[in-house]
Design a protein around this ligand. Structure first.
Ligand code: M6R
Length: 615
């Protein structure tokens, strides 16, 4: 989950590396650093600093390094060793001839370290990474590529690495296993990075490295070898369509704010071209080859992490409702360790915004190993999960940079809606049902716009934020299809405002958590006029009887609820199956505005990283 980038070419390497690092900072921001080959002194120089990239920039200005056209850089999410200057990447070998950046975890680093210590290597950091660069030094016999290959054969774990050496100052070696790595090519320039956002300001011509690939990059050529077979693998560069404006803030204060406000357009992109009005269904070309497997599945397992797991819970509700196929939802981190029951008629759906989450990827590989049909729901085109699943459905909401996921969540829910309608139409839904469901989806973007652009509603949310921002606990309560929305609201508040929050099924309160209720515990109810509205009103009354401060998310016309709760945020009406897409919007805004009010770093909350590529 760190970000790595390497550049070689006609421009000033430091400028390119810093620009790319800023775009990768969402992957980790405990420390950052660069290594360059100084052409005048003919040696490597490393500058690194704990903290954010702005701290590195200051350090570079202070040190004023000499010019260079080749370098590697890193932004860190700490795993082994605290986030200080010494543990920051890049790391040197003993003789400062080789520098390396790494994203991943070396599982057998202790064994390798003992081996290297016996041979006299001196270590400076507490990281697992440092063993790789000393191993390369140990094996170096005049060819840097060969020594990297030999080293990687000894390593267990995951890595995306870039190696720069003063032995071969016109070359960068790149290798990947379990951590993403992409190469970009422009005229007389080559760049390698953890993801495309770090590359697109330079080029749209990219090549996805595969696990087991090792590459030698020069400014105008790239050779890729398979580590196992040692053979050269032929790979084509392809054109990607991410634009710079998609990964910039575009006038918003934070990426999270931009991504919340992008949702109407983003969701339009999710269903664009997929509506099949003639047949009253959705056309999901990405899964057409496995559609029969889904229809005939005895069981569907959906597995994911974090926000994607919440979207999956809604997916279960929708698929079961429209198809009656039994669905289980599992945390990816639990799934692979519990010997899941997978038969030839089990379909596993993997949900991941980034398509790189290590736990979800491991669950995918375990599912394939056991013979399941696998389907991905990913946002990042060409990501590892998207490529390794049998087939999939992209959410198509463009890059999501804010660590707190927003538009990816609503898009995942929408994909599940489309999928369950498409399946349902082959089972229990009539043509009229299909048309009605499509019509309701088509007006969702306008309804989200209505929530986001109504000044009265926004000022109501601001007033609520004034009341809650200094609280230490918060409850989110919902039922049925909106119970996962309560979980999502709580996760958003926790991760960016650091207020302890829990999501609960509202009726579970009386089985224990109600003991927490007093005037200091805000409780937010998603209380929409759906099949269980009356029951949720009873749950609200139970809280009010105990002097709790209650906020309700309610339907536009629901005036009665104003009499029993303290504050109401009204949202437009829609059908129950689509209500999470509207109910979650005020929750995203509450979390965002609370974090801003507290003066916290919304896009880079402490201890987190956007894509969690370690287990
Ligand atoms: O990229 P993924 O969807 O696989 O990521 C899964 C979680 O790490 C992610 O949703 C995380 O929980 C977010 N920070 C939530 O806002």
């Amino acid at each position: 989950m760190c970000g790595i980038v390497g550049y070689i070419g006609k421009k000033k390497a430091i400028d390119i590396l810093l620009n790319s690092l800023k775009r990768l900072e969402y992957r980790g921001y405990d420390s950052s650093g660069i290594a360059i080959y100084c052409e005048d002194e003919k040696k490597l120089d490393i500058i690194k600093k704990s903290g954010k990239i702005k701290d590195l920039v200051q350090e570079i200005e202070r040190r004023n390094p000499s010019s260079s056209h080749i370098g590697i850089a890193h932004t860190r999410w700490a795993t082994h060793g605290e986030p200080n200057d010494i543990n920051a990447h890049p790391h040197f070998d003993c003789n400062k001839k080789i520098a390396l950046v790494h994203n991943g975890i070396i599982e057998n680093y202790r064994t390798i370290k003992s081996f290297l210590l016996e041979r006299g290597h001196k270590f400076k950091s507490d990281t697992d990474t440092e063993v790789i660069v000393h191993l390369i030094e140990e094996f170096y016999k005049g060819d840097i590529l060969e020594s990297v290959k030999k080293s990687l054969k000894m390593i267990e774990g995951t890595y995306g690495i870039l190696v720069l050496s003063s032995y071969e100052p016109n070359t960068i070696i790149a290798a990947r296993k379990g951590s993403p790595l992409i190469i970009g090519k422009a005229e007389d320039q080559m760049i390698a990075a953890s993801d495309a956002s770090a590359i697109v300001s330079l080029t749209n011509q990219i090549l996805y490295m595969q696990d087991g690939d090792i590459a030698r990059l020069t400014k105008d050529d790239v050779e890729i070898f398979n580590l196992e077979t040692d053979r050269i693998t032929d790979k084509e560069f392809e054109q990607i369509d991410i634009t710079l404006s998609q990964i910039e803030k575009g006038g918003y204060n934070h990426f999270m704010e931009k991504e919340i406000f992008e949702q109407p357009e983003a969701l339009q992109n999710t269903f664009r071209g997929r509506v099949d009005i003639v047949n009253g269904t959705f056309r999901l070309n990405g899964i057409k080859d496995k559609f029969r497997d889904l229809l005939n599945a005895e069981r569907i397992i959906i597995t994911a992490c974090g926000t994607s797991w919440h979207a999956s819970l809604i997916g279960k509700y929708l698929i079961e409702k429209f198809t009656q196929i039994p669905v289980e939802v599992d945390y990816a981190s639990e799934f692979r360790y519990r010997n899941p029951i997978i038969t030839p008629k089990t379909v596993v759906i993997l949900v991941s915004q980034s398509g790189e989450t290590a736990d979800t990827l491991a669950a995918l590989r375990e599912s394939k190993n056991k013979g399941a049909t696998t389907i991905g729901i990913c946002n990042v085109v060409g990501s590892t999960i998207a490529r390794e699943t049998d087939c999939g459905i992209y959410t198509h909401v463009g890059p999501e940079i804010g660590v707190a996921s927003t538009k990816a969540f609503t898009a995942q829910v929408l994909v599940f809606f489309m999928l369950s309608v498409a399946l349902g139409r082959k089972k229990m839904l009539t043509f009229e049902d299909g048309i009605n469901l499509i019509k309701n989806v088509e007006i969702i973007p306008d309804k989200i716009n209505e929530i986001l652009n109504d000044k009265d509603r926004i000022s109501k949310i601001d007033k609520i934020v004034e009341k809650i921002y200094n609280k230490t606990n918060f409850l989110y309560l919902g039922r049925g299809i909106n119970y996962p929305v309560a979980l999502e609201g709580a996760l958003k508040l926790k991760e960016i405002s650091y207020i302890h929050a829990e999501g609960y099924p509202a009726a579970e309160m009386k089985h224990g958590p109600i003991a927490l209720i007093d005037e200091n515990m805000p409780a937010l109810f998603i209380s929409l006029k759906d099949s269980i509205y009356e029951k949720i009103i009873n749950n609200i009354k139970e809280i009010k009887a105990r002097k709790g401060y209650v906020i309700a998310i309610a339907n536009k016309g629901d005036r009665e609820i104003e009499k029993i709760v303290d504050d109401v945020i009204h949202i437009p009406d829609t059908i129950e199956e689509l209500s999470p897409l509207l109910a979650v919007i005020p929750l995203q805004l509450i979390a965002y505005k609370t974090a801003v009010k507290k003066g916290l770093d919304v896009d880079m909350p402490r201890n987190l990283a956007k894509s969690v590529t370690v287990e």
